[in-house]
Design a protein around this ligand. Structure first.
Ligand SMILES: [Zn+2]
Length: 357
């Protein structure tokens, strides 16, 4: 027997009643109220520690029981079993939910806090370190991907002259060009933090096509590629990427422990994909500004990007896993090639018309 508040489900009027259970039925009795309903048709709402227990009756009525002892007795009489969510809360599922929350917070840190911190770290890495980072990066590349060039010395000199023409007056680091045969990289170019710019034979031969020497468009395209790489050096992109991947790798290792260097490394690489595209745009802008300052057209670089896009598609680079694309600076810019080409072509339209001969 327990006291309760009864609502008939039709009006807001509160009735004081007494509840009793027995014989498989719940009896509700009070002034003008005499109701009896089968216990298996009465539903107890999810109980809260300090709130009244709420009973839903089959006719739409409702009872509220405040006395904690009566609440427990009612729950017993009704054969109440805590809901699935309540049971979860009491077990390790609670830990799982907390983990999900933690991951959400972690994602926020990953995408917003770490990049900002990495930029700060990169800004504090002295320029003098760029040389040693560049040298060790080149060593790694030469061991695995870069072979001596098959191009003639004369051709390589031509390329060095193109780099000299697009080099800034006071570069961040002395710029030097390495031409290398790189069947694994295909047509490609990359910039190392110490000012070393590598261009592959495959890239040069691709621009050359069947011609025996560069035409104006070929020179402009390669100048564009080199200026783009100079942009990466000037804006210190590789050091910034390195700072970010090291920081994200360190954060991965802290979070996941030392169980797998791969697991720790993958998120770091993935995190950099987005970053790299922003950098590509920045390097493209640098190339546009440089080419325009030299009075050279930017459309040939757009044509070259389109051609690289086709090459990638044919070689299946588009289907590469993201981490592999990251190792290929040109492929990693996908699917933004169309957008990049449009920007480069637009830049040309702003060029002053050359004076009539
Ligand atoms: Zn680039």
């Amino acid at each position: 027997m327990s006291n309760a508040h009864y609502f008939d489900g039709a009006s807001a009027r509160l009735h004081l009643v007494e509840l009793a259970s027995g014989d498989g039925h719940l009896t509700i009795a009070g002034a003008g109220i005499d109701q009896r309903c089968p216990l298996d048709q009465v539903r107890l709402a999810e109980p809260f520690i300090d709130a009244p227990a709420v009973l839903y009756l089959p006719d739409g009525g409702r009872c509220e029981v405040s006395d904690p002892a009566a609440r427990a007795a009612l729950a017993d009489a009704l054969g109440y079993r805590p809901s699935m969510v309540m049971r979860w809360q009491r077990h390790w599922y609670a830990a799982l939910a907390a983990l999900v929350l933690l991951l959400a917070v972690g994602a926020g840190i990953w995408w917003y806090v770490l990049p900002a911190a990495a930029e700060k770290i990169a800004a504090n890495i002295p320029d003098s370190l760029d040389a040693s980072i560049g040298a060790s990066a080149l060593k790694g590349l030469e061991k695995k991907l870069l072979l001596p060039s098959r191009l003639s010395e004369q051709r390589i000199d031509q390329l060095r002259a193109l780099l000299a023409a697009v080099s800034p007056v006071a570069p961040r680091h002395p710029l030097r060009l390495l031409v290398r045969n790189a069947p694994m990289l295909g047509p490609n170019a990359l910039a190392l933090p110490d000012g070393t710019i590598v261009i592959t034979d495959q890239m040069v031969l691709g621009v050359l096509g069947k011609a025996t020497d560069f035409d104006d468009a070929g020179r402009a395209a390669l100048s564009g590629v080199l200026a783009h790489e100079v942009g990466h050096v000037q804006r210190r992109h590789s050091v910034r990427v390195l700072a970010r991947s090291s920081l994200t790798a360190a954060a991965s290792a802290t979070l996941f422990g030392d169980f797998s260097a791969v697991a720790a490394g993958i998120p770091a690489v993935l995190a950099n994909l987005h970053y790299s595209r922003a950098m590509e745009t920045e390097a493209d802008q640098y190339a546009i500004d440089t080419l325009r300052a030299k009075g050279m057209p930017t459309a040939p670089l757009a044509d070259l990007l389109d051609w690289l896009d086709e090459v990638d598609e044919k070689s299946g680079a588009r289907n590469m896993p993201a981490w592999m694309k990251q190792t290929l600076p040109y492929a990693s810019s996908h699917p933004g090639t169309a957008e990049r080409s449009v920007r480069l072509r637009r830049a040309d339209q702003a060029l002053p018309t050359p004076p009539a001969p």
